[in-house]
Write a protein that binds this ligand. Structure first.
Ligand SMILES: [Zn+2]
Ligand SMILES: [Zn+2]
Ligand SMILES: [Zn+2]
Length: 388
């Protein structure tokens, strides 16, 4: 049923298209907000009437889900705002900041509920559930099951990880509500009061999921490793141009979806004129923008076609590789004044933990002994921002 509804809501029926995916995301978000609003109202009513902290805690658990969906939808709108003079990179990171604020709020709510529950454990108060209240709790657990199945169906059809996470979250909520319901039934029919303990458990559950959300929101703000698939496609595109001999120092900055900027160095034959070389990199930059939506800036490293220099490059390469197979060399140039000096960059992968000074010293010795004439070396170590 939802698939047909979504198809009617949008013209685009290709499940892989970005338009279809964002329409599905928005639809799922609004359904989640509607269901959770109902659950919050029902549980707050039951919880306050019965004097039960665990049911109130469960209501706040659903409220946190509702806020999460709301933030995704509103964040999406804010993030789409155009760049202005103060924010030339646009507002894409609003989405992450909005998510972070809600996540922090959820943690605080969880801690508060835990505190209330501990107070209730120290000063137990009787809880009294009406049959209607128990019934309402049971129906709300069923509603969450339905919501979880709804998310799972969409997640499978559109292979959306965020919807799969929502589905898993819904089924966890069913367990929480189920436990609260069992507690309510015990108090009603067996006179056993475990309300405080259940409230504490639900509070802990809320804190735990809030911490997960904080982590998810923080990671892109700090700057994540770019998606390896994106990196591979960009490298393939750049290298598909036959004028490009090799590339290095690729860095991708993410200011939010569709707000990505990148820079990279490309080696091009020094025999090309500046005019021709510029034409090549300009074409690549435009191609990457069109294909990936990434604003790429290329730096040009001209490579000498001189045969003698070619031999020196090979020798340096050999010396560096003898220190560590995973190292690679670029930007080699040679100065022939009173003393021969080799200038070159070495890219170091993150697995290579040797301190830069020690590494430089090893490379210097390897290259200088491999050279038939006395040379000086000036080595620059490049940090590995992007693996490819
Ligand atoms: Zn370079
Ligand atoms: Zn240009
Ligand atoms: Zn470099």
């Amino acid at each position: 049923m939802p698939h047909r509804l979504i198809r009617r809501l949008m013209k685009d029926t290709d499940p892989a298209s970005p338009a279809a995916r964002s329409a599905v995301g928005a639809f799922a978000g609004w359904v989640g907000i509607g269901c959770n609003a109902l659950l919050v109202a029902a549980k707050l009513m039951v919880g306050l009437m019965a004097g039960s902290v665990s049911v109130v805690a469960d209501a706040f658990n659903n409220l946190s889900d509702m806020l999460g969906s709301l933030v995704t939808l509103v964040g999406f709108k804010l993030a789409a705002r155009r760049a202005d003079p103060e924010h030339p990179f646009g507002h894409g990171r609003y989405e992450y900041i909005a998510a972070l604020s809600v996540a922090v709020f959820i943690v605080v709510v969880g801690v508060e509920l835990g505190r209330d529950s501990i107070a209730r454990l120290l000063n137990p108060e009787p809880v009294s559930f009406s049959t209607g209240g128990l019934l309402l709790l049971f129906v709300s657990a069923l509603l969450k099951v339905a919501l979880g199945l709804f998310y799972r169906g969409l997640a499978q059809k559109y292979s959306a990880p965020s919807l799969r996470a929502s589905s898993a979250d819904s089924f966890n909520d069913v367990i929480a509500t189920g436990a609260v319901l069992v507690g309510a039934i015990l108090s009603r029919f067996a006179g056993v009061n475990i309300d405080g303990w259940l409230g504490l458990a639900v509070g802990a559950f809320i804190v735990w999921s809030g911490i997960g959300l904080v982590r998810d929101a923080l990671s892109p703000l700090l700057g994540e490793s770019p998606d390896p698939e994106l990196v591979r496609r960009m490298v393939d595109t750049i290298k598909s141009h036959e004028e490009i001999i090799s590339m290095h120092d690729l860095i991708i900055h993410d200011y939010g979806p569709e707000r990505r900027f990148a820079s990279a160095h490309v080696e091009i034959s020094g025999a090309l004129s500046a005019q021709e070389a510029h034409g090549v990199i300009d074409a690549i930059e435009r191609e990457v923008l069109r294909q990936e939506g990434v604003h790429l800036l290329l730096h040009l490293d001209p490579v000498s076609t001189d045969a003698e220099l070619g031999k020196v490059r090979a020798r340096i390469q050999q010396g560096v590789k003898s220190v560590d197979e995973r190292l690679s060399v670029h930007d080699v140039h040679i100065e022939l004044s009173d003393c021969v000096t080799y200038y070159f960059d070495v890219t170091v992968p993150p697995e290579c933990t040797l301190p830069a000074d020690e590494l430089k010293e090893k490379i210097r010795r390897a290259v200088e002994t491999a050279s038939p004439e006395p040379v000086k070396t000036v080595i620059h170590i490049d940090r590995f921002y992007t693996t490819f």
